[in-house]
Design a protein around this ligand. Structure first.
Ligand code: DC
Length: 225
């Protein structure tokens, strides 16, 4: 193998991308990068600095301060300027506005540059919305996960309740469908399936079944290099 192996996993929210990516990274000894966490980290930073007033992003302020924001992953946790924000970035407060932050081209360029560096020198499994289309158009394996919105909302709702969050199923479903719409209709890097991506319907698999199936795909690609 000449360049490090890259597995790109894209799809809408709560389709099980991160679970699959974590399982693959563990089984293969690759690094997992949850690119959505990076967009969430910038969203939280904007909230903490008062650049999200009445759910409206003050784009200019966030763009002007991008170079003050250091993002890093340690043992699966996201750190923003040295603080572990892994729990806070999952709150509905962040989920409700993250698509606005992710629609800003300057912000995308800032994060895409960091994501490309992460995949330049080490084998990675990266999940997000534009990994196979924009970040790594030459990824060794591209997957596109789909699942019915109601099933995704139930999954997310169960996770939030297990983490002691207070929300309703309806709020989670509304958030997921609004984000799907914003993420797939934005002008810059919308959520679309790359032509050479393999589509997988997550509702047709168990978590383990999908992991096993994708591991066979990875092994075929590695043999083909
Ligand atoms: O995967 P997630 O739900 O944690 O992602 C949070 C938001 O970030 C999602 O609404 C879309 C955006 N996102 C993106 O635009 N591009 C990525 N590569 C990853 C996430």
């Amino acid at each position: 193998m000449t360049t490090p192996f890259v597995i790109a996993i894209d799809g809408a929210s709560s389709t099980g991308k991160s679970t699959l990516a974590k399982g693959l990274a563990k089984a293969l000894g690759f690094v997992h990068v949850d690119s959505g966490a990076m967009y969430r980290g910038l969203t939280l930073y904007a909230q903490q600095n008062g650049w999200l007033i009445n759910q409206q992003l003050d784009k200019a302020s966030l763009i002007a301060h991008l170079d003050d924001i250091q993002l890093s992953f340690k043992k699966g946790a996201l750190y923003v300027n040295g603080n572990d924000v892994s729990a806070e970035i999952r709150s509905m407060k962040v989920s409700d506005v993250v698509s606005q932050v992710a629609a800003v081209s300057e912000i995308r360029a800032f994060l895409v540059a960091q994501q490309r560096i992460m995949g330049a020198n080490q084998a990675v499994v990266m999940d997000g919305r534009d990994i196979g289309t924009v970040v790594f158009p030459k990824a060794n394996l591209k997957l596109f996960l789909t699942a019915d919105a109601n099933i995704r909302a139930q999954r997310r709702y169960d996770e939030l309740i297990a983490q002691n969050g207070s929300t309703t199923f309806e709020d989670v479903l509304t958030n997921i469908t609004q984000r799907d719409h914003l993420d797939s209709t934005r002008a810059d890097s919308p959520l679309i399936q790359a032509e050479d991506a393999i589509a997988l319907d997550a509702t047709q698999f168990t978590v383990d079944g999908m992991l096993k199936y994708v591991l066979t795909l990875v092994r075929d690609r590695i043999m083909g290099i």
